[in-house]
Structure formats: structure tokens, C-alpha cells
Design a binder for this molecule. Structure first.
Ligand code: GLN
Length: 488
């Protein structure tokens, strides 16, 4: 019967595409407020085990949902994300909501403003459900560095979801949000997306405003979307991308129509496969799954050709010098005075600074502050930080040369599938080394998408990383869509 409101359980139990959901809301068959309530009900059931959400923003979500329902009732045109339930990584600030960055030191901090990516989502009609768990200050690859406990991978709860945006990836995988925002400094969107079997986007540096992002390493930090499919991720990027006067590094370049790009066939595209990314250390099952993805691209009419990125092996040390150096400077602001936690155990001001930082920061964050401070100190600066900047330039030029021959480059997103909780926590170096395939694109400033490309025999998802030249996200979406369509 026309005008009848449809039950939302079926929509939540069986995930729908963004376009389908929006259509239901526009027609009035589904109320945005009921959809939000169904998501919250599902979160209540699943979150105690998965630990995906750190806090919920129900009041704001329902106010927005009711606005959307009013618009729909009046027959007014609806914005592109009307009524779509979205979750936000807890390193992006939301007015009046707890924003912890996964750290005890920010416990109790309630920012008075919204991050630009957050306000753009809301202006486009999204219903913001809450804040998502992550590694402390986005430092990590497993979400085990969160002060509020690890996230579990919905595919196998004994395994990590990846990190640092583990909550953002797991929320989409468990359908506790239709889409989410995360951040990626050295792989933190791409690697968890690949571990959880969802799509994650690394936009070009400067494509999405960093205003309102609690900084880790400012020359590397990027904000990007997660979604269950390529087209939804492309739609979200279209909403959050663009120049922002509040972020001086944000680009003024025109924005492609990402959703339309993702609908464009790949026939005739040249795809580079760099041998350095398929060498020693790659799990054989991951390699096999990716080879099927590459075969699918060939079958869809792409030309597959070798690419050469010979300095790849220097990327991990380069990244961990630059990222820690910038982190040591960025994290100096957490001093117990302005935000969050202040140690009660201090007699003097200087005690208060050091006790607040000692009690507020976790072990990995302290390790990085120490490493970064060392790399920047007089006498070591030239040997470490300056050298790392030079290698960074070499890596960027190497990609530029490679992209003169090809439209996109495909690689593994991570050398292995999701590992077990606790498996790598005693060995930070092993954890760092596994970032090998993601940190290069971060240093080079290029963009990319990770898309599921099959699974291991045990059913663990494998991600293919599709890289494209700066500001050519559209090409990455096209290639990712073709891999998705092949249903490997
Ligand atoms: N795993 C990397 C690190 O620990 C990347 C983190 C990120 O991208 N925020 O630094």
C-alpha cells in the first residue's frame, strides 16, 4: 500500500546500498528516525562484544533524522546522504560529544566545534550515530593501543580488526553503520578495511580538510570514508572532499564526480603491478587471492604491466621517522592544562605536566614521542629527520615516474590477513614492518582505495590496494569497482 511505513529490521539485518536506503527514505516507506533507532538497537546488542563505539550521539542523530523525515514528508528534495546512519572515528571532533582519540589523556574533553568532514556529512543529510574506537592518537595497526580496549574483528572475533581506524572498519563490516569516517596516516584506513572485508579510501593529501582532526603527523594525516561497497565510498568522498578555508593545506582543485567515475568501465586502463610488492614476506594465500583480482581486471579489458618502485624497502624506516617526529611536536599540547586529564598527584606545575602525560598517555604513544624527540634533537636531525625527508622525495618521484606509464597501480594492502588479538603486541617492530605496503602512498601523497579481493581458506578477507596519481581518486574507484564486480 502506498504511504505505508516499512519495518526497518529487514533493512538493518540485511545491509542495503546507500542509494537503496536513501530511496526508501525519500519515498517515505522508511522513516530516518526509525532507521536510526534500529541501528542503535543493533549497536546495543553487538557493541558489548565488538567494542566498536566509544560513545553514542543519540540526541543529535534523532534531531537530524526528524529533520530529514520532515523534508521527505513535505516532498522537498533530499540531500545526497539523507537519513544515512554514519559513524565517526574518535579522532575527529564533534561539538559537545566526547572526543578521546582513544586516549585517557582526552577523557572528559568535549570540543566546542565540529570537524569539517563531520559538518559536511551532516549538511548532506547523514545521521551521525556516534564515535568509533581507534588506536590511541591513531598510532597502531591493530586497535590494541586504544585506552578503551581493543575492537574485535566481526569476521572472526578472536582477531584484530586492524588499525588504527579499527572501529570504523568493524562498524561497517558488522553493519553498525552504513558508512564511517576514519583517518589514514600510514595505512589506518586501508589496512583495517582490508582486514574486515570492506572498502576504504585514502584520498589525496589535501583533498579532504583536516580541520577538527586531532593531529598525529600533520604532513601525512588524511580523512577518508569506509563503506560496504565502492560506490557508497565514492559517494561519501564526494561529500567530504573540497577546499576548506580552515585548512591551509586543503586543495582547491576541482572535485571529480566519484560515483560516476566508479560506474565507468575499466576497459583500456593500464594497470601497473610492482614486483617489489609481491616479493618475500607476502602471505601465499594473500598473493593467490590478489592474482585472481588481477586476472579479473585483465578479463575486464585492462592491460596489466610491470611497474618498478625500487625504493619501497626504505619506506617503513622513513615513515616511522617522519611520523614520530611530527607526533612528538603535535602531542606537546597535551599538558594537563588545556584539555582532558590532569594528574591529581602533583605538588608543582612541572610535576603536573609530567604526571599528567605519564598517567594520560599509553605505552605506544610514549614510545613514539621518545623516538620522534630523538630524531629531531640537535646532532641527529640531519642524520635522521632530514635524510627521511630526502627519501620521502625519492619515493614520491618514483611513483610519479611509474604513473607516467600506467593509470593505476595495484598491490596487496597488507602482507597478511587479520592476525589474532595479542599475537604481535610484544613486538612493535614486527607491527611496524607490516605497514610496508601502505606507508609508501602516504609518504608520496598519492591516493588509493582498498577493495576486497577474495579471502583465505579460513575465510579471512584479503584487500587489494589500488593506487592512483594525486587527485585522480576516480581512477582508483573505477579499478576497485571492477574488482568488486568480479566477486572473487
Ligand atoms: N600503522 C601505522 C602507525 O602505526 C599507521 C597509523 C595511521 O595511519 N594512523 O603509525
Amino acid at each position: 500500500m502506498s504511504g505505508e511505513v516499512r519495518g526497518t529490521e529487514s533493512l538493518v539485518e540485511k545491509p542495503q546500498t546507500l542509494a537503496a536506503l536513501r530511496g526508501e527514505i525519500a519515498s517515505g516507506r522508511v522513516k530516518a528516525a526509525e532507521l536510526a533507532a534500529s541501528y542503535y538497537e543493533r549497536i546495543e546488542r553487538k557493541n558489548p562484544r565488538l567494542n566498536v563505539y566509544l560513545s553514542l550521539t543519540k540526541e543529535r542523530a534523532f534531531a537530524q533524522a526528524e529533520r530529514i523525515d520532515d523534508l521527505a514528508a513535505k516532498g522537498d528534495p533530499l540531500p545526497p546522504l539523507a537519513g544515512i546512519p554514519v559513524g565517526i572515528k574518535d579522532v575527529l571532533v564533534m561539538r559537545g560529544a566526547p572526543s578521546t582519540a582513544g586516549s585517557r589523556i582526552l577523557q572528559g574533553y568535549q570540543p566546542p566545534y565540529d570537524a569539517t568532514a563531520v559538518s559536511r556529512l551532516e549538511a548532506a543529510g547523514a545521521v551521525l550515530l556516534g564515535k568509533l574506537n581507534c588506536d590511541e592518537f591513531a598510532m597502531g595497526s591493530s586497535n590494541e593501543n586504544s585506552a578503551f580496549g581493543p575492537v574485535r574483528n566481526p569476521v572472526d572475533p578472536e582477531r584484530v580488526p586492524g588499525g588504527s581506524s579499527g572501529g570504523s572498519a568493524a562498524a561497517v563490516a558488522a553493519n553498525l553503520a552504513v558508512a564511517t569516517l576514519g583517518t589514514d596516516t600510514g595505512g589506518s584506513i586501508r589496512q583495517p578495511a582490508s582486514f574486515c572485508g570492506v572498502v576504504g579510501v585514502l584520498p589525496t593529501y589535501g583533498r579532504v580538510s583536516r580541520f577538527g582532526l586531532i593531529a598525529f603527523a600533520s604532513s601525512l594525516d588524511r580523512v577518508g570514508p569506509f563503506a560496504a561497497n565502492v560506490r557508497d565510498a565514492a559517494t561519501l568522498l564526494g561529500v567530504i572532499a573540497g577546499h576548506d578555508p580552515k585548512d591551509a593545506t586543503s586543495s582547491r582543485a576541482p572535485i571529480e564526480d566519484y560515483a560516476a567515475e566508479s560506474d565507468t568501465p575499466v576497459e583500456g586502463l593500464r594497470i601497473g603491478v610492482p614486483e617489489e610488492y609481491f616479493a618475500e614476506g607476502l602471505d601465499p594465500e594473500v598473493r593467490a587471492a590478489l592474482e585472481k583480482g588481477i586476472d579479473a581486471l585483465r578479463a575486464a579489458g585492462c592491460t596489466i604491466q610491470p611497474a618498478s618502485l625500487p625504493h619501497t624497502q626504505y619506506a617503513v624506516p622513513t615513515y616511522y621517522l617522519i611520523a614520530t617526529a611530527e607526533a612528538s611536536a603535535n602531542l606537546a599540547r597535551f599538558d594537563g592544562v588545556r584539555y582532558g586529564y590532569r594528574s591529581p598527584h602533583s605538588a608543582t606545575l612541572s610535576d603536573m605536566y609530567s604526571h599528567s602525560r605519564d598517567e594520560g598517555f599509553g605505552a605506544e604513544v610514549k614510545r613514539r614521542i621518545l623516538l620522534g624527540t630523538y630524531a629531531l634533537s640537535a646532532g641527529y636531525y640531519d642524520a635522521y629527520y632530514l635524510k627521511a625527508q630526502q627519501v620521502r622525495r625519492v619515493l614520491a618521484e618514483e611513483f610519479q615516474r611509474a604513473f607516467a606509464q600506467v593509470d593505476a597501480i595495484v598491490t596487496p594492502t597488507s602482507p597478511g590477513p587479520a592476525f589474532k588479538l595479542g599475537e604481535k603486541t610484544d613486538d612493535p617492530l614486527a607491527m611496524y614492518l607490516a605497514d610496508i605496503y601502505t606507508v609508501t602512498a602516504s609518504l608520496a601523497g598519492i591516493c588509493g582505495v582498498t577493495v576486497p579481493s577474495g579471502a583465505t581458506a579460513a575465510g579471512l578477507p584479503v584487500g587489494m590496494q589500488v593506487l592512483a596519481r594525486p587527485l585522480h581518486e576516480g581512477a582508483a574507484f573505477r579499478v576497485a569497482r571492477a574488482v568488486e564486480a568480479a566477486q572473487i
